[in-house]
Design a protein around this ligand. Structure first.
Ligand code: NZQ
Ligand code: ZN
Length: 404
């Protein structure tokens, strides 16, 4: 697309489409509407897809089945989705759905379960090998309908157009984006997240903030409306992450974070902006190779990315420092203020028990591993990542080195 330029030579808001077709059903006990919602969206036989067992132990799977039975919707189930969901289970799911005549997939879990469901949905609705869509060989032209009962506020997959899958053959973690996979409905009951370990809660909060920041750190000018919304959601998540670190069963804090998680990644906070996503690309290589939790991986990388790119537009980092991190506006050197903001963000990350470098994440990377991470990342993105500053393979190596 041709960039539009304003009177000062800055990049103007791009033209955009905003499409968020997901029906959100928010609040206490809403999981009991799963059956009627599946029926509303035409389901006759549902695959209930879930993770490693938390949703069984909490009784949620039982409640979902009860609700489907009440609505007269038949169902089969497939559990076992791992964080960083694996392609092999998706293939199993596709086969099961074909055999059972499933026409709707109900994801009960977090981003991993929803993404695994989206991959099954792609496999069901398209011929050929579903992995083709993740290595950009082909583009999906349809997806079987999906609904979600969310159990962790984090990835935002319940409203996003994105789906990230790990192929164990080579440990390639790859994403694909189309509007076909957007959930028909998302049930968001904050109480379902009470059972999360603090580590997972905080991984989620970091991921939510990063989804906003990957859009916020932009070269696009004239973004006052979105900036205000983005800064408000960032402050909200930061404040409530600290509350949940002390009290995981604070309903109001869970509710704020849960809704923030969906708004952070449904496209709203990036309308018209040139987005970045470099930290996510670098992290996907890290979690592809070492199977770390996505949010913790982002936390370990962000500060290094930020220091590496700040000179591109220090004013943007100064705005983040003042509006989100509460650093006093001095009107002086924007880079100095920006650096204080980066430091404050890292202090926040540490205060909720998240890592700010790869060592704190639990890994001592060798030079060879860093080279491999960077070359895998560069290879899949045509050599360059990032919108705020374009980064080549050598830049990626430098950022991994700074973060180790
Ligand atoms: O498997 P179970 O037993 O359910 O345990 C899960 C899992 O171990 C646990 N958990 C979830 N809800 C729980 C709970 N434990 C207790 N009580 C609950 N209520 O939490 C662990 C993490 O779950 P996961 O689904 O992996 O978390 P998240 O939502 O962070 O998803 C991460 C995946 O999403 C991808 C990530 O790369 C990663 O693969 N992303 C997907 C995106 C998208 N589709 O739009 C965007 C993101 O940037 C991200 O890349
Ligand atoms: Zn993310």
């Amino acid at each position: 697309m041709t960039k539009q330029v304003n009177d000062q030579g800055g990049i103007r808001m791009n033209n955009f489409n905003y499409f968020t077709p997901t029906k959100v059903v928010f609040g206490k006990d809403t999981q009991m509407q799963a059956g009627s919602l599946c029926r509303e969206f035409g389901a006759t036989k549902v695959l209930i897809h879930y993770g490693g067992g938390s949703a069984v132990r909490s009784g949620l799977i039982g409640q979902v089945k009860e609700s489907l039975d009440e609505a007269g919707v038949a169902h089969v189930e497939l559990g076992g989705v791992k964080p960083n969901p694996r392609l092999s289970l998706c293939r199993e799911g596709i086969e099961l759905c074909r055999k059972e005549g499933v026409d709707f997939i109900l994801a009960v879990g977090g981003g991993s379960v929803i993404d695994s469901s989206k991959c099954i949905g792609y496999g069901l609705a398209n011929e050929g090998d579903v992995w083709d869509f993740y290595c950009q060989k082909r583009t999906a032209t349809a997806c079987a309908p999906i609904g979600a009962v969310l159990t962790i506020a984090a990835a935002g997959s319940e409203m996003s157009n994105s789906c990230v899958i790990t192929n164990e053959d080579g440990w390639f973690k790859r994403g694909t984006k189309t509007d076909y996979c957007r959930c028909k409905f998302a049930i968001l009951n904050p109480e379902l997240t009470y059972t999360l370990p603090d580590y997972q809660t905080q991984c989620g909060c970091v991921d939510i903030m990063m989804h906003i920041m990957e859009r916020y750190f932009t070269k696009t000018e004239d973004t006052m409306l979105i900036d205000g919304m983005a800064e408000s959601v960032l402050r909200t998540v930061k404040t409530n992450a600290l509350i949940l670190h002390e009290n995981p069963e604070d309903y109001d804090a869970r509710a704020q974070v849960m809704w923030a998680g969906s708004l952070a990644h449904n496209g709203l906070l990036g309308c018209g902006m040139e987005e970045d996503w470099a930290t996510h690309q670098l992290e996907h290589e890290l979690s592809g190779m070492f199977d770390v939790a996505h949010g913790a991986g982002l936390a370990a990388l962000w500060g290094s990315w930020a220091r590496y790119v700040i000179d591109e537009k220090p004013q943007r980092f100064a705005q983040f420092a003042v509006q989100v991190m509460g650093i006093p506006a001095t009107g002086g050197d924007p880079k100095r203020t920006g650096l204080l903001g980066i430091r404050a963000m890292e202090e926040f990350i540490r205060s909720v028990g998240m890592p700010t470098n790869i060592r704190e994440l639990g890994y001592e990377l060798t030079d060879e591993e860093i080279r491999k991470l960077a070359s895998k990342c560069a290879a899949r993105k045509g050599g360059k990542i990032g919108g705020f500053r374009k980064l080549g393979e050598e830049d990626m190596v430098r950022i991994y080195e700074m973060a180790r």
